[in-house]
Design a protein around this ligand. Structure first.
Ligand code: HEM
Length: 370
């Protein structure tokens, strides 16, 4: 297998070199610095020097990713304190530089909170669901840690599914029906286990804590924020917040099964792809090109299944597993956003019109059963 995906879409990151100790100490101390209306955080940020970042100060990609996490956490924490219309130069300049290096937009996204926000509990053991913990937190609460951990466990559980999606291409080309069925079953099991893990969100993340205390840290900006010291400091930049919609797992399984969206749903999902790490975006494009030869053809998997009626049930089970995931996810959004808002919340942190969008993706998935 392509060993790149052994950890699914998760990446190991490294603590920053000592010249970044000020950033690290602020990011690691956010729960304390945010107390008393965040006065201590404001004070620390006011006294931050502008740290130069380049290939020599951040020698590895793991450092660049960690820098993105650290600066995103500090910036989002800073923004959460009262009315903030501009991001100070000492945060804005490095945020723009690090994001540009990583091919990300200079705003919060899922990678900072989930994909790169963990470390091994025991570094001498491999990554497993019991051997990692979250690295950074705004509140230090068990609810916040659990919220990230569930997403991380889901990302890790997706690894065999990613491998099966890659393997299935060869199997289709070789007309190896057994292998195609095996890959389909692996992806089905993978989606079902992801759905099972998602249900565990309720164990330790209280919906009212999520809605009232955590959600704002992941938010974007509709009014816009000025990035001081950058090339266009007067522009008010607007951007969406971080959301699970920026995870590459479900888009990959959509590509695999040949599930396609239209209109506003498609534009919204495509727009979210630029908030995924570059290598994941590229991987999704590669997979799309493998599974769908041109704009007019069906996915090669669907075409293959249609020609071999005995694998139709296996394909349909996989579609059903994805419908079940999307239904469980709607329930989660109902419990974590709609109910605590007394049904007044209409938008997700990613900016979608919640209920319509999520129901549409579920219904559309259902329509792909053969
Ligand atoms: C309490 C937990 C969660 C909440 C409150 C939540 C909330 C949302 C919201 C509001 C959206 C709509 C897009 C937006 O505007 O942000 C969304 C979309 C999405 N979320 Fe979540 N989410 C949660 C957990 C998860 C988990 C664990 C995953 C797994 C990776 C996930 C994957 C997705 C996907 C793939 C979409 C796009 C919709 C689709 O493809 O059907 N979410 N989420």
């Amino acid at each position: 297998m392509d060993s790149r995906w052994n950890l699914g879409f998760l990446s190991k990151v490294e603590r920053l070199p000592s010249s970044f100790e000020l950033w690290e100490s602020i990011a690691n101390d956010l729960p304390t610095l945010l107390k008393d209306s965040g006065k201590q955080l404001i004070d620390k940020v006011d006294r931050l020097p502008l740290i130069t970042i380049d290939e020599s100060s951040l020698p590895t990609e793991q450092h660049w990713k960690r820098a993105y996490c650290v600066i995103t956490f500090i910036s989002q924490a800073y923004r959460s304190i009262g009315q903030c219309t501009s991001l100070p130069r000492e945060l804005a300049v490095p945020l723009v530089a690090v994001s540009s290096h990583l091919g990300l937009s200079p705003s919060p996204c899922y990678a900072a909170f989930v994909l790169w926000n963990w470390h091994l509990k025991n570094p001498s053991e491999p990554l497993s669901k019991d051997n990692f913990e979250i690295a950074l937190s705004f509140t230090g609460s068990k609810d916040e840690a659990w919220f990230y951990l569930i997403h991380m466990r889901i990302e890790l559980a997706a690894a065999p599914g990613i491998k099966a999606v890659i393997d299935c291409i060869e199997a289709i080309k070789k007309d190896d029906q057994q292998e195609v069925m095996r890959c389909l079953k692996i992806v089905t099991d993978c989606i079902s286990s992801i759905t099972g893990i998602m249900k565990e969100m309720y164990y330790e993340c209280d919906p009212s804590v999520f809605y009232n205390k955590l959600r704002s840290f992941f938010s974007g900006s509709k009014e816009g924020i000025q990035y001081e010291g950058t090339e266009d400091p007067d522009t008010f930049r607007t951007y969406p917040g971080a959301s699970g919609v920026q995870s590459s797992i479900i888009p990959l399984f959509d590509i695999f099964l040949g599930i396609e969206f239209e209109g506003g749903t498609k534009s919204f999902l495509d727009g979210m792809k630029v908030r995924m790490p570059l290598e994941h975006r590229q991987f999704l494009t590669d997979m799309k090109n493998e599974y769908k030869k041109d704009e007019f053809s069906h996915s090669i998997l669907r075409t293959y299944v249609e020609l071999h009626s005995c694998s139709k049930d296996t394909y349909n089970s996989c579609v059903k597993a994805l419908v079940a995931f999307r239904q469980e996810h709607i329930d989660l959004v109902t419990n974590y956003i709609l109910k605590p808002s007394n049904d007044t919340a209409t938008e997700g942190t990613g900016g979608s019109t919640l209920e319509i969008f999520l129901t549409k993706t579920k219904e559309k998935t259902k329509s792909f059963e053969l």
